[in-house]
Design a binder for this molecule. Sequence first.
Ligand SMILES: Nc1ncnc2c1ncn2[C@@H]1O[C@H](COP(=O)(O)OP(=O)(O)O)[C@@H](O)[C@H]1O
Ligand SMILES: [Mg+2]
Length: 189
Amino acid sequence: MEARQSKHTANAPMGRTTHGSLYDPSSGHFRALTVYAEDADCVKAARDLVGSYLKAWSLRYAIDDVQLIVSELVGNVVHHAVPDERLAMPGAKRRIDVRLMTWPGLLAIGVSDEDSTPPDLPAGEFLSPDLAGDFSEALLPDRGRGLLIVQRLADAVWWSPGLKGTGKTVWCRLDLDRIWDEWWAEYAA
Ligand SMILES: Nc1ncnc2c1ncn2[C@@H]1O[C@H](COP(=O)(O)OP(=O)(O)O)[C@@H](O)[C@H]1O
Ligand SMILES: [Mg+2]
């Protein structure tokens, strides 16, 4: 696994392990990791690392959603990103930077690549699942589902151009209270 990590824990060390600790102003965290699209295990490496960070931050209940989002976004870089011309060098690996940030009640994920082309963010649902009925497979497009899934899991999805004029970052914001409520309703009630 080739993944480079940098770490910075905002404010105080982690203490309590309850949901309530999210409201402690000292519970912000930041981690960044770098993987390369040409490494066969890059998606798994990113998934595993974000999972371990969330576990350490007592955010286990968010792991499934965050890992699925990270898988889709890193997978998109692998499948779609073509680095901007002046960065592209024959044989060079495509760099992917994954950032994970938390604030009390909020979590943000950023996945950066070297391609300035924006992602094709779906404008809305293709079709109501109720209306599609038995024909859903035939009526839903066979591409463009990844970001739709990401939009379903996150509270907001957007992208920003790279600060140095190249590349971009796809961002997601997750409301931790909502995820906690959903997790609690499903697993703990
Ligand atoms: N990191 C990226 N770089 C460039 N284009 C992207 C990136 N992510 C997504 N896209 C574009 O957005 C489209 C929609 O992505 P997605 O919903 O994941 O569908 P899929 O990957 O199945 O095509 C992709 O087909 C691609 O054209
Ligand atoms: Mg995709």
